[in-house]
Design a protein around this ligand. Structure first.
Ligand code: NAP
Ligand code: HSE
Length: 433
């Protein structure tokens, strides 16, 4: 490389793109000291050049034509922060075809088409980094790939969606309904007008597919992730959880048992003593357990202009350092372990159950017999009068049980006359691991 400036083609000048420009412009000296090269935002791809921007002086660099970035021989690196699958995927593949390195914050794209993009990068000898795609400003991907290179990760649990963590925290603090808090979150701009991807767990599932691939070194696909969102979480579940020492969190779980892996996203009762229980509001955290290191946790902002942009620019710094050393395309470790998914029925968990039953003699005894018959043992039981004393509400927390036994037990329960409604069933995490 002859020149001493690395030219960047920035695709997208929205929340994250603006932060990238701010950090690259504001930290020139530090970036130069760390890489030995200057970094310049050479061109910016947008949809609307007339849109007001919070940074001035970039007007001449803005373009509506992606070819001005992809086809510019002076541009070494493409930073993709337009989001979505199309046309981001086509732009990235075309950039790699032209041997440009890529940094992206796009979890949707990397969760669905990451393998294809990374393979193309390998063939072309290019870097592709995507630190900002999971947990925004928390440097978790680099920690998994580099920090845990010497260890074997057995379990990761993530609060990787800020919107749902905000909603669950508010429901817990205010004793409010899901629908009420969602409306308030939308009005404040914390939740999207169409919140489906966040509240139904799909956003978290994409992030967990990425974490599991890097953490376990297996090619996990989005379809491998079992997903359940928070729209069914009631204020009663939260209140009873609290009474028994738990908080409800949307937990992304990636767990390895021998070689068998399970990955899920679901509302979970987390014991208040677990570090994830105190991750509140829009904050994210990823708990990682390694065979050698034991427990670790990474905490921070999962979104926002500058937090997300720091992750993007850190990736950019890595690309530039690699250019200086001439080692681009060699830093990525492709998944090298065979994917073995744990059979659904063999999955083990503790459970929280809430049900409405007839308030008659012997009902609790029938339930406990059924549990014993299915090899399920209880940790906690709470019974309350329900419906003015006409019925009773029973809340139970079990020891670890196989999903096979739990499903059979629930099916039998649902068919019993004295069981009027099974209100909820959650996985339980924390304490008594
Ligand atoms: P955003 O605010 O909506 O900005 C998107 C930008 O891309 C806009 O500047 C838009 O142009 C441009 N754009 C969109 N489609 C385009 C197209 N087809 N051609 C040319 N330009 C196009 O989005 P964002 O919040 O910055 O998010 C960007 C990416 O970062 C997404 O993948 C997102 O998932 C990821 N991410 C975001 C956050 C966060 O906190 N926001 C956190 C983690 C990851 P105009 O400005 O002209 O409309
Ligand atoms: N919608 C995401 C969240 C933004 O709520 O966490 C960051 O990916």
């Amino acid at each position: 490389m002859e020149r001493n400036i690395v030219k960047v083609g920035l695709m997208g000048f929205g929340t994250v793109g603006t932060g990238v420009v701010r950090i690259v412009q504001g930290h020139q000296e530090d970036l130069y000291k760390q890489t030995g090269l200057g970094i310049e935002i050479h061109k910016i791809l947008v949809q609307d050049k007339e849109k007001p921007r919070s940074i001035s002086g970039m007007e001449d660099r803005m373009t509506l034509d992606p070819q001005e970035l992809i086809g510019d021989p002076e541009i070494d690196v493409i930073v993709e922060v337009i989001g979505g699958i199309h046309p981001a995927k086509e732009y990235i593949l075309a950039a790699l075809e032209n041997r440009k390195h890529v940094v992206t914050a796009n979890k949707d794209l990397m969760a669905l088409h990451g393998a294809e993009i990374l393979q193309k990068a390998q063939v072309k000898g290019c870097d592709v980094f995507y630190e900002a795609s999971v947990a925004g400003g928390i440097p978790i991907l680099r920690a998994l790939v580099e920090g845990f290179a010497s260890d074997r990760i057995t379990k990761m649990m993530g609060i990787v969606n800020g919107t749902t963590n905000y909603i669950l925290t508010k429901m817990s603090e205010e004793g409010a309904d899901y629908a009420e808090v969602l409306k308030e979150a939308q009005a404040l701009g914390y939740a999207e007008a169409d919140p489906t991807s966040d509240v139904e767990g799909y956003d978290a599932a994409r992030k967990m597919a990425i974490l599991a691939t890097l953490g376990f070194r297996v090619p996990m696909r989005l379809e491998d992730v079992e997903v359940k969102g928070i729209s069914g979480v009631s204020k009663e579940d939260i209140a009873y959880g609290k009474k028994l020492g738990y908080v409800v969190k949307l937990i992304g779980l990636a767990q390895r048992d021998g070689d068998a892996i399970e990955v899920s996203v679901q509302p979970t009762m987390v014991h208040k003593s677990h570090p994830l229980a105190s991750v509140n509001g829009v904050f994210n955290a990823v708990y990682v357990h390694g065979e050698a290191v034991g427990e670790t946790m990474f905490y921070g902002p999962g979104a926002g202009e500058l937090p997300t942009a720091t992750a993007v620019v850190s990736d950019l710094v890595t690309v530039v350092k690699n250019m200086k050393l001439g080692v681009n395309g060699r830093g990525m470790v492709a998944p090298y372990r065979e994917k073995v998914l744990k059979e659904d029925q063999d999955k083990l968990s503790r459970y929280f159950l809430r049900m409405i039953v007839a308030d008659k003699r012997g009902v609790l005894a029938q339930i406990t017999h059924l549990l014993a018959d299915n090899n399920i043992s209880l940790v906690q039981v709470l019974q309350q009068p329900y419906n003015g004393g006409q019925q009773a509400e029973i809340i139970m927390v079990t020891h670890q049980a196989a999903k096979r036994n739990m499903d059979e037990m629930l099916e039998t329960l649902a068919g019993m006359d004295v069981i009027h409604e099974i209100k909820s069933c959650y996985r339980v995490e924390g304490e008594e691991e």
